[in-house]
Design a protein around this ligand. Sequence first.
Ligand code: BG6
Ligand code: MG
Length: 219
Amino acid sequence: MEVEAVIFDLDGVLVHTDRFHYLAWAELADEKGIYFDENINQRLRGVSREQSLEIILERYDGPELSPEEKKEMTDKKNATYRKFLERMTSDDVSQEVRDTLQKLKASGLKLAVGSSSKNTKFILEKTGLADEFDAVSDGTMIKRTKPDPEVFRLAGNLLGMKPEKCLVVEDAVAGIEAGKAAGMKTAAYGEAATGHIADYDLEHFSDLLKILINHADRG
Ligand code: BG6
Ligand code: MG
């Protein structure tokens, strides 16, 4: 069945805030003397702030941490992360991403964001992307984050689209799993594309045009 809507992950797909997540977690891990590296960071893609901390704490061997101490840690990480976000502008969205979104929209496709991040709306505002989407489903609106399908199901519902008409674009393995669990088609970008687990692997963001427009007739 033909794709009629595209649901984009945010961090690492539309914008490179994945780097800021890494730097903010690295600062926290350093402070606490916890080993952290790029490989561990890959496992944080798409998963919630709280689950990310649990993954980082796999390398922690100090006294047990209370829920309050963990909350303090996630708050601290988010404060560092928000400092990076504060400095974002429309220059943080590549011309390739802007042109591709424009062309997809012009072809009649509905566009949405599906992100685990509670900072989604702030990032969309800072980068001037807020008006580019027909729907936004984010970490403030869901109970379970990726790989659970909730965030993408909600995006599909907000668009009024059946799952099989939606294509999810993701840089996280957890995100591809979530898209599949939602019954949607999937396109992997960046890190997720290395495992060949999605329906499509994108080398460039603009490859979406080849997949979605060149073979479709939308008048
Ligand atoms: C996802 C990121 O988009 O959002 C994860 O890939 C992050 O790494 C998650 O943990 C939650 O983000 P936030 O902004 O609510 O801490
Ligand atoms: Mg991502």
